[in-house]
Design a protein around this ligand. Structure first.
Ligand code: KG4
Ligand code: ZN
Length: 345
Protein backbone atom coordinates (compact mmCIF):
# COMPACT_ATOMS: atom_id res chain seq x y z
CA UNK A 1 0.00 0.00 0.00
CA UNK A 2 1.69 3.22 -1.23
CA UNK A 3 0.19 6.49 -0.04
CA UNK A 4 0.87 10.03 -1.22
CA UNK A 5 0.53 12.34 1.79
CA UNK A 6 -0.08 16.08 1.65
CA UNK A 7 0.30 18.46 4.62
CA UNK A 8 -0.40 22.21 4.74
CA UNK A 9 -1.96 22.82 8.16
CA UNK A 10 0.47 25.49 9.35
CA UNK A 11 3.73 26.85 7.92
CA UNK A 12 5.15 23.82 6.14
CA UNK A 13 4.08 22.74 2.67
CA UNK A 14 4.87 19.05 2.49
CA UNK A 15 4.28 15.93 0.42
CA UNK A 16 5.59 12.40 0.90
CA UNK A 17 5.25 8.84 -0.34
CA UNK A 18 5.03 6.15 2.34
CA UNK A 19 4.55 2.41 2.05
CA UNK A 20 2.67 0.33 4.64
CA UNK A 21 2.87 3.03 7.32
CA UNK A 22 6.62 2.43 7.80
CA UNK A 23 8.79 2.78 4.71
CA UNK A 24 9.32 6.40 3.75
CA UNK A 25 10.14 6.63 0.03
CA UNK A 26 10.19 10.44 0.03
CA UNK A 27 9.57 13.29 2.45
CA UNK A 28 9.58 16.66 0.69
CA UNK A 29 9.11 19.75 2.86
CA UNK A 30 9.19 23.42 2.03
CA UNK A 31 9.40 25.39 5.24
CA UNK A 32 8.14 28.96 5.27
CA UNK A 33 10.02 29.85 8.46
CA UNK A 34 12.07 32.61 6.81
CA UNK A 35 8.89 34.33 5.56
CA UNK A 36 7.31 34.39 9.03
CA UNK A 37 10.49 35.16 10.97
CA UNK A 38 10.26 38.98 10.71
CA UNK A 39 6.84 38.78 12.45
CA UNK A 40 7.95 36.42 15.25
CA UNK A 41 5.19 33.91 14.44
CA UNK A 42 3.05 32.45 11.69
CA UNK A 43 1.03 34.98 9.66
CA UNK A 44 -1.96 33.06 8.19
CA UNK A 45 -2.22 35.25 5.04
CA UNK A 46 1.43 34.73 4.18
CA UNK A 47 1.15 31.01 4.96
CA UNK A 48 -1.76 30.33 2.60
CA UNK A 49 -0.17 32.26 -0.28
CA UNK A 50 3.08 30.38 0.18
CA UNK A 51 1.21 27.05 0.28
CA UNK A 52 -0.53 27.95 -2.98
CA UNK A 53 2.80 28.55 -4.71
CA UNK A 54 4.53 25.51 -3.26
CA UNK A 55 1.89 22.79 -3.28
CA UNK A 56 2.23 21.60 -6.89
CA UNK A 57 6.04 21.60 -7.02
CA UNK A 58 6.26 19.84 -3.64
CA UNK A 59 3.87 17.05 -4.74
CA UNK A 60 5.92 16.60 -7.94
CA UNK A 61 9.11 16.52 -5.89
CA UNK A 62 7.74 13.87 -3.51
CA UNK A 63 6.79 11.64 -6.46
CA UNK A 64 10.13 12.24 -8.18
CA UNK A 65 12.16 11.54 -5.01
CA UNK A 66 10.17 8.32 -4.50
CA UNK A 67 10.82 7.42 -8.15
CA UNK A 68 7.17 6.78 -8.80
CA UNK A 69 4.24 8.22 -10.69
CA UNK A 70 0.62 8.69 -9.71
CA UNK A 71 -0.13 5.28 -11.29
CA UNK A 72 1.84 3.69 -8.41
CA UNK A 73 -0.17 5.46 -5.70
CA UNK A 74 -2.97 3.52 -3.97
CA UNK A 75 -4.32 6.38 -1.83
CA UNK A 76 -3.99 10.14 -1.49
CA UNK A 77 -4.03 11.41 2.12
CA UNK A 78 -4.36 15.03 3.15
CA UNK A 79 -4.50 16.83 6.50
CA UNK A 80 -7.99 18.29 6.92
CA UNK A 81 -7.57 19.55 10.48
CA UNK A 82 -6.75 20.84 13.00
CA UNK A 83 -4.84 23.85 11.72
CA UNK A 84 -5.20 27.21 10.02
CA UNK A 85 -8.36 27.20 7.84
CA UNK A 86 -6.82 29.10 4.93
CA UNK A 87 -3.73 26.87 4.95
CA UNK A 88 -5.65 23.59 5.24
CA UNK A 89 -7.79 24.67 2.31
CA UNK A 90 -4.82 24.72 -0.08
CA UNK A 91 -3.73 21.14 0.68
CA UNK A 92 -7.29 19.79 0.73
CA UNK A 93 -8.19 21.50 -2.57
CA UNK A 94 -5.04 20.19 -4.26
CA UNK A 95 -5.68 16.68 -2.96
CA UNK A 96 -9.33 16.72 -4.01
CA UNK A 97 -8.38 17.91 -7.50
CA UNK A 98 -5.73 15.23 -7.84
CA UNK A 99 -8.10 12.50 -6.62
CA UNK A 100 -10.84 13.65 -8.99
CA UNK A 101 -8.48 13.72 -11.97
CA UNK A 102 -6.92 10.32 -11.29
CA UNK A 103 -9.66 8.34 -9.55
CA UNK A 104 -7.26 7.51 -6.69
CA UNK A 105 -9.16 7.14 -3.36
CA UNK A 106 -8.80 10.18 -1.08
CA UNK A 107 -8.59 10.26 2.74
CA UNK A 108 -8.78 13.22 5.12
CA UNK A 109 -6.26 12.75 7.94
CA UNK A 110 -6.38 14.18 11.44
CA UNK A 111 -3.05 16.02 11.88
CA UNK A 112 -2.76 14.79 15.47
CA UNK A 113 -3.20 11.18 14.41
CA UNK A 114 -0.45 11.96 11.89
CA UNK A 115 1.84 12.87 14.80
CA UNK A 116 0.92 9.53 16.45
CA UNK A 117 1.76 7.71 13.20
CA UNK A 118 5.16 9.45 13.07
CA UNK A 119 6.55 7.17 15.79
CA UNK A 120 5.92 4.14 13.56
CA UNK A 121 7.86 5.58 10.58
CA UNK A 122 11.35 4.44 9.57
CA UNK A 123 13.53 1.34 9.52
CA UNK A 124 14.07 1.23 13.31
CA UNK A 125 10.48 2.03 14.27
CA UNK A 126 8.25 -0.46 16.06
CA UNK A 127 4.87 -1.55 14.73
CA UNK A 128 1.77 -0.42 16.66
CA UNK A 129 1.18 -4.09 17.51
CA UNK A 130 4.60 -4.33 19.21
CA UNK A 131 4.48 -0.99 20.99
CA UNK A 132 0.85 -0.62 22.13
CA UNK A 133 -0.64 -0.03 24.59
CA UNK A 134 1.63 2.97 25.08
CA UNK A 135 1.63 6.31 26.85
CA UNK A 136 2.45 9.02 24.35
CA UNK A 137 3.69 12.51 25.08
CA UNK A 138 2.61 14.68 22.16
CA UNK A 139 4.45 17.99 22.20
CA UNK A 140 4.13 20.37 19.28
CA UNK A 141 3.65 24.08 18.69
CA UNK A 142 -0.13 23.90 18.76
CA UNK A 143 -0.84 20.88 20.97
CA UNK A 144 0.55 19.28 24.07
CA UNK A 145 -1.09 16.27 25.60
CA UNK A 146 -0.65 12.89 27.20
CA UNK A 147 -2.39 10.14 25.32
CA UNK A 148 -3.08 6.52 26.11
CA UNK A 149 -2.63 4.85 22.73
CA UNK A 150 -4.39 1.56 23.47
CA UNK A 151 -3.89 0.35 19.93
CA UNK A 152 -3.70 1.97 16.53
CA UNK A 153 -6.97 3.96 16.13
CA UNK A 154 -7.98 3.76 19.81
CA UNK A 155 -6.90 6.74 21.87
CA UNK A 156 -7.76 8.07 25.30
CA UNK A 157 -6.77 11.59 26.27
CA UNK A 158 -5.20 11.43 29.73
CA UNK A 159 -4.17 15.05 30.11
CA UNK A 160 -3.27 18.17 28.17
CA UNK A 161 -1.91 21.63 28.61
CA UNK A 162 -4.51 23.84 30.23
CA UNK A 163 -3.02 26.92 28.53
CA UNK A 164 -0.11 27.11 26.05
CA UNK A 165 1.33 24.13 24.21
CA UNK A 166 4.94 23.26 25.12
CA UNK A 167 6.25 24.52 21.77
CA UNK A 168 4.21 27.68 22.15
CA UNK A 169 5.73 28.24 25.60
CA UNK A 170 9.20 27.95 24.05
CA UNK A 171 8.24 30.20 21.12
CA UNK A 172 6.79 32.88 23.45
CA UNK A 173 9.75 32.59 25.83
CA UNK A 174 12.16 33.08 22.93
CA UNK A 175 10.25 36.17 21.84
CA UNK A 176 10.56 37.67 25.33
CA UNK A 177 14.27 36.89 25.20
CA UNK A 178 14.69 38.57 21.82
CA UNK A 179 15.58 35.29 20.13
CA UNK A 180 14.32 34.16 16.72
CA UNK A 181 11.34 32.11 15.56
CA UNK A 182 10.66 29.21 16.04
CA UNK A 183 11.76 29.55 19.64
CA UNK A 184 12.31 25.89 20.56
CA UNK A 185 15.52 25.40 18.56
CA UNK A 186 16.73 28.93 19.42
CA UNK A 187 16.34 28.32 23.16
CA UNK A 188 17.96 24.90 22.78
CA UNK A 189 21.00 26.47 21.07
CA UNK A 190 21.38 29.16 23.74
CA UNK A 191 20.76 26.66 26.57
CA UNK A 192 23.96 24.83 25.63
CA UNK A 193 26.57 25.93 28.13
CA UNK A 194 23.92 27.40 30.43
CA UNK A 195 23.11 26.26 33.96
CA UNK A 196 19.59 24.73 34.12
CA UNK A 197 19.52 25.30 37.88
CA UNK A 198 20.48 28.98 37.72
CA UNK A 199 16.90 30.27 38.02
CA UNK A 200 14.08 28.42 39.79
CA UNK A 201 11.20 28.89 37.34
CA UNK A 202 7.79 27.41 38.32
CA UNK A 203 6.87 23.89 37.21
CA UNK A 204 3.29 24.28 35.93
CA UNK A 205 0.77 22.15 37.76
CA UNK A 206 3.23 20.46 40.13
CA UNK A 207 1.29 18.86 43.00
CA UNK A 208 -2.11 19.78 41.48
CA UNK A 209 -5.01 17.53 42.50
CA UNK A 210 -8.56 17.00 41.27
CA UNK A 211 -9.92 17.34 37.77
CA UNK A 212 -10.12 19.95 35.04
CA UNK A 213 -13.52 21.28 33.90
CA UNK A 214 -13.56 18.69 31.14
CA UNK A 215 -12.88 15.82 33.55
CA UNK A 216 -9.15 15.24 33.05
CA UNK A 217 -6.92 14.41 36.02
CA UNK A 218 -4.85 17.52 36.79
CA UNK A 219 -1.92 15.29 37.69
CA UNK A 220 -1.72 14.37 33.99
CA UNK A 221 -2.01 17.97 32.76
CA UNK A 222 0.54 20.73 32.08
CA UNK A 223 0.53 24.50 32.39
CA UNK A 224 3.04 27.01 31.06
CA UNK A 225 1.39 30.40 31.57
CA UNK A 226 2.94 30.93 35.03
CA UNK A 227 6.35 30.06 33.62
CA UNK A 228 6.04 32.66 30.89
CA UNK A 229 5.02 35.31 33.43
CA UNK A 230 7.91 34.32 35.69
CA UNK A 231 10.31 34.80 32.77
CA UNK A 232 8.82 38.22 32.03
CA UNK A 233 9.29 39.35 35.67
CA UNK A 234 12.77 37.89 35.81
CA UNK A 235 13.78 39.81 32.67
CA UNK A 236 12.48 43.06 34.19
CA UNK A 237 15.15 42.67 36.87
CA UNK A 238 17.93 42.00 34.36
CA UNK A 239 20.02 44.56 32.46
CA UNK A 240 18.70 45.37 28.94
CA UNK A 241 21.89 44.16 27.37
CA UNK A 242 22.13 40.68 28.90
CA UNK A 243 25.64 39.23 29.17
CA UNK A 244 25.82 36.02 27.07
CA UNK A 245 26.35 33.68 30.02
CA UNK A 246 23.32 35.11 31.81
CA UNK A 247 21.19 34.61 28.68
CA UNK A 248 22.45 31.02 28.42
CA UNK A 249 21.53 30.37 32.08
CA UNK A 250 18.03 31.79 31.58
CA UNK A 251 17.50 29.68 28.44
CA UNK A 252 18.75 26.51 30.14
CA UNK A 253 16.56 27.15 33.22
CA UNK A 254 13.48 27.99 31.14
CA UNK A 255 13.95 24.93 28.91
CA UNK A 256 14.42 22.75 32.00
CA UNK A 257 11.18 24.07 33.54
CA UNK A 258 9.28 23.18 30.34
CA UNK A 259 10.82 19.70 30.30
CA UNK A 260 10.16 19.04 34.03
CA UNK A 261 6.54 20.15 33.57
CA UNK A 262 6.18 17.49 30.86
CA UNK A 263 8.09 14.66 32.50
CA UNK A 264 6.31 14.67 35.88
CA UNK A 265 2.78 13.96 34.55
CA UNK A 266 4.19 11.47 32.04
CA UNK A 267 5.95 9.58 34.83
CA UNK A 268 2.73 9.41 36.88
CA UNK A 269 0.76 8.07 33.91
CA UNK A 270 3.42 5.45 33.19
CA UNK A 271 3.27 4.24 36.81
CA UNK A 272 -0.53 4.08 36.83
CA UNK A 273 -1.19 2.31 33.54
CA UNK A 274 -0.46 -1.16 32.28
CA UNK A 275 1.50 -0.30 29.15
CA UNK A 276 4.16 -1.78 26.90
CA UNK A 277 6.07 1.37 25.97
CA UNK A 278 6.42 5.14 26.10
CA UNK A 279 6.57 7.42 23.07
CA UNK A 280 7.24 11.06 22.37
CA UNK A 281 6.18 12.84 19.18
CA UNK A 282 5.84 16.39 17.80
CA UNK A 283 8.19 19.28 17.09
CA UNK A 284 9.41 19.64 20.69
CA UNK A 285 10.46 15.96 20.61
CA UNK A 286 13.45 17.20 18.59
CA UNK A 287 14.87 18.69 21.76
CA UNK A 288 17.99 16.76 22.79
CA UNK A 289 17.67 17.54 26.51
CA UNK A 290 14.08 16.26 26.51
CA UNK A 291 15.16 13.14 24.59
CA UNK A 292 17.96 12.49 27.11
CA UNK A 293 15.63 12.96 30.10
CA UNK A 294 13.08 10.60 28.60
CA UNK A 295 15.85 8.09 28.06
CA UNK A 296 16.88 8.34 31.70
CA UNK A 297 13.33 8.02 32.98
CA UNK A 298 12.48 4.99 30.87
CA UNK A 299 15.75 3.27 31.73
CA UNK A 300 14.91 3.66 35.41
CA UNK A 301 11.40 2.31 34.85
CA UNK A 302 12.73 -0.45 32.56
CA UNK A 303 10.24 0.23 29.82
CA UNK A 304 10.95 0.70 26.08
CA UNK A 305 11.04 4.27 24.77
CA UNK A 306 10.15 5.11 21.18
CA UNK A 307 11.09 8.55 19.97
CA UNK A 308 9.98 9.76 16.56
CA UNK A 309 12.97 10.02 14.21
CA UNK A 310 14.21 13.61 14.02
CA UNK A 311 13.05 14.02 10.40
CA UNK A 312 9.44 13.22 11.31
CA UNK A 313 9.05 15.28 14.54
CA UNK A 314 8.14 18.69 13.13
CA UNK A 315 5.26 18.85 10.67
CA UNK A 316 5.72 16.68 7.61
CA UNK A 317 3.62 14.73 5.13
CA UNK A 318 5.22 11.32 5.77
CA UNK A 319 3.30 11.11 9.06
CA UNK A 320 0.05 12.01 7.23
CA UNK A 321 0.64 9.31 4.63
CA UNK A 322 1.69 6.93 7.42
CA UNK A 323 -1.60 7.42 9.24
CA UNK A 324 -3.60 6.82 6.08
CA UNK A 325 -1.77 3.57 5.26
CA UNK A 326 -3.25 1.87 8.28
CA UNK A 327 -6.80 0.58 8.62
CA UNK A 328 -8.94 1.63 11.63
CA UNK A 329 -7.53 5.15 11.60
CA UNK A 330 -9.61 8.25 12.22
CA UNK A 331 -9.18 9.17 8.54
CA UNK A 332 -12.29 10.28 6.71
CA UNK A 333 -13.36 9.22 3.26
CA UNK A 334 -16.10 10.72 1.14
CA UNK A 335 -17.09 14.37 1.18
CA UNK A 336 -14.92 15.67 4.01
CA UNK A 337 -14.04 19.33 4.34
CA UNK A 338 -11.40 21.31 6.22
CA UNK A 339 -11.99 21.29 9.97
CA UNK A 340 -9.68 23.79 11.74
CA UNK A 341 -10.88 22.71 15.21
CA UNK A 342 -10.78 18.94 14.59
CA UNK A 343 -10.18 16.95 17.78
CA UNK A 344 -8.70 13.54 18.32
CA UNK A 345 -10.74 12.37 21.33
O1 KG4 B 1 4.94 19.68 15.37
P1 KG4 B 1 5.30 21.05 14.92
O2 KG4 B 1 6.13 21.18 13.67
O3 KG4 B 1 4.05 21.93 14.65
C1 KG4 B 1 2.80 21.82 15.23
O4 KG4 B 1 2.06 20.86 14.90
O5 KG4 B 1 2.51 22.71 16.04
O6 KG4 B 1 6.04 21.76 16.15
C2 KG4 B 1 6.58 23.04 16.08
C3 KG4 B 1 7.09 23.40 17.45
C4 KG4 B 1 7.52 24.87 17.59
O7 KG4 B 1 6.87 25.41 18.69
C5 KG4 B 1 9.02 24.77 17.80
O8 KG4 B 1 9.52 25.80 18.62
C6 KG4 B 1 9.18 23.41 18.43
O9 KG4 B 1 8.24 22.60 17.78
N1 KG4 B 1 10.54 22.87 18.23
C7 KG4 B 1 11.40 22.61 19.23
C8 KG4 B 1 12.61 22.17 18.62
N2 KG4 B 1 12.42 22.15 17.27
C9 KG4 B 1 11.14 22.58 17.05
N3 KG4 B 1 11.28 22.73 20.55
C10 KG4 B 1 12.35 22.41 21.31
N4 KG4 B 1 13.53 22.00 20.81
C11 KG4 B 1 13.70 21.86 19.47
N5 KG4 B 1 14.88 21.45 18.98
ZN1 ZN C 1 2.03 19.30 14.06
Amino acid sequence: MKVLGIESSCDETAAAVVEDGKIVHSNAILSQISQHQPFGGVVPEIASRAHLEAIKPIINQALEDAECGLEDIDRIAVTHGPGLASSLLIGVSAAKGLALATGIPLLGVNHLEGHIASVFLGEQAPSPEEACPMVMLMVSGGHSCLMHVKQWGEYELLGRSIDDAAGEALDKGAKLLGLGYPGGPEIEKMAAGGNPKAIQFPRGLKGAKGQTEDGLEKKYCFSFSGLKTALLYHLKKCPEDLPEQQLRDICASYQQAVIDSLIAPLSKAVDALDIRSIACVGGVAKNQTLRAELDRMTEKKKIPLYLTEMAYCTDNAAMIAGAACRENSLSETGAFDVNPGLRIT
